[in-house]
Design a binder for this molecule. Structure first.
Ligand code: MV4
Length: 448
């Protein structure tokens, strides 16, 4: 087992990893930017090293500074958290070449799954259902028009180096396909330094269901059931839950087994999430793999009772998975809401400032994952999430009632937050009845 781990992240996920390590008796080196210097959560680390200025490019994203901190800190492994360098194939390779364990997949598995075309080839060989579309990249306008004629409009133009919805365009006829292709390629080149695009049949109003996976270094892979993340706004998840409401048990078993097959074929190791969209007939289609621990991992931890961060560390150190698939339960129902410092009256733009008052709810089945406290200054440099409120109850109605009670109790002053919108979503009939899809917030909650 590792003696010392560097946590290459900040905020709530850095705190989450520091806590997991402390419980395991593992020493920790935290890194911070000048903007995060002196933050309370850093006190849980054995030592903290300032790696650069507030701008992430000069600190949390600067590989040579992170590696230097790892050398100075004399660590055996690095946990990247999510975002920043967590899916940076080059960073994983640099760690390996410096003889530092990267707590995540190999750079090879990360690379294969990070490219959407090779990821789909792996899915195909694992007999995982794909959306009908182009075999590979679109090489010409004529080829695109022919594929669209075959699969039928509407089609979705996607960037092979994209993800999370960036660079996607819907085309509903030949004209919009031609213009869409040009725009998508320009945008992809600019955003991902890779203009490659491909086509898929556009599945209207899908649900977003993802399967948590963990794989050890000895070929064992298990799923930790699924999460529904359909409650999104502009590809930003607001509410996540497990299990997915109104998904028949047979479909749940199939989607989770499909995810395991794909991860095995990809030789993927450590924690990962296989993302699907589900249509109105409960048919599911593979979309992409998120090769990192995700923001929403706590809902899976609540229903399975597994500490995913500790398991990531154990797996990276070479320990075999401690359970067989049939021993992994999905008990009760867990819901997570993301509390962001954003201003609902101003198109949800960031709302930095000092938290002058903070009263966090608690009680049976309530968990608050956050690095903030009363007096904490939310800066403008990083993403706006200040914490995640998770509730876990025997049933979905009880979990919704508990979350509503918690949001009513929650007091945050000094900054604007997404709490008012979250309250409206929890009262929305589509959500309460589990009929939400990825468009319901923007369509029904008059939130564009
Ligand atoms: C799709 C889709 C419908 N049809 N692919 C969005 C980002 C990435 N996670 C995959 N995504 C989607 N891929 C096909 N063929 C719908 C989504 C999607 C989505 C699309 C538009 C607006 C919000 C969305 C939220 C989740 C998934």
């Amino acid at each position: 087992m590792f003696q010392r781990i560097l946590v290459a992240n900040r905020g709530e996920i850095a705190l989450r990893i520091l806590r997991a390590c402390r419980e395991m008796g593992i020493e920790t080196v935290a890194v911070c930017s000048e903007a995060d210097r002196g933050s309370d959560y850093l006190k849980l680390a054995s030592e903290s090293i300032c790696v650069g200025p507030a701008q992430a490019a000069g600190s949390y994203l600067l590989i040579k500074n992170i590696i230097s901190a790892a050398e100075i800190g004399n660590v055996q492994a690095i946990h990247p958290g999510y975002g920043f360098l967590s899916e940076n194939e080059h960073f994983a390779e640099v760690c390996r070449s410096c003889n530092i364990d990267f707590i995540g997949p190999s750079s090879d598995a990360m690379g294969k799954l990070g490219d959407k075309i090779t990821a789909k080839e792996i899915a195909k060989s694992a007999k995982v259902n794909l959306v009908p579309g182009s075999e590979g990249l679109i090489e010409s306008e004529e080829a695109a028009l022919a594929i669209a004629a075959k699969i039928g409009y509407p089609v979705l133009i996607k960037a092979t180096a994209g993800g999370g919805g960036k660079g996607m365009r819907v085309a509903r006829n030949d004209i919009s396909l031609k213009t869409g292709l040009k725009q998508a390629a320009v945008e992809a080149e600019k955003a991902f330094n890779n203009a490659g695009v491909y086509l898929e049949k556009y599945i209207e109003n899908p649900r977003h269901v993802e399967v948590q996976i963990i794989a050890d270094l000895h070929g064992e892979v298990v799923h930790l059931w699924e999460r529904d993340c359909s409650s999104q706004r502009r590809h930003q998840k607001l509410i996540e839950e497990s299990p997915a409401p109104n998904l028949p048990q047979a479909v749940r078993e199939d989607i989770c087994k499909a995810a395991v097959r794909l991860i095995k074929v990809a030789n993927y190791t450590n924690a990962g999430t296989v993302e699907f969209i589900v249509d109105k007939d409960n048919k599911f289609y593979f979309i992409e793999v998120n090769a990192r621990i995700q923001v929403e991992h706590p809902v899976t931890e609540m229903v399975t009772g597994i500490d995913l961060i500790q398991q990531q560390i154990r797996v990276a150190s070479g320990e075999p998975l401690p359970w067989k698939q049939k021993a992994i339960p999905c008990n009760g129902h867990a819901i997570e809401v993301r509390i962001n410092a954003e201003d609902p009256e101003n198109d949800f733009r960031g709302s930095p400032g000092r938290i002058t008052k903070l009263r966090v709810p608690g009680g049976h089945g309530v968990r608050w994952d956050s690095h903030v406290h009363e007096g904490y200054v939310v800066g403008p440099y990083y993403d706006s999430m200040i914490g995640k409120l998770i509730v876990h109850k025997p049933s979905r109605p009880e979990a919704i009632a508990c979350m509503k009670r918690c949001l009513d109790e929650f007091v945050v002053e000094g900054i604007k937050t997404t709490i008012p919108l979250l309250k409206r979503i929890l009262n929305n009939s589509a959500f309460v009845e589990g009929r939400m899809d990825t468009t319901f917030i923007e369509q029904h909650l008059l939130v564009k």
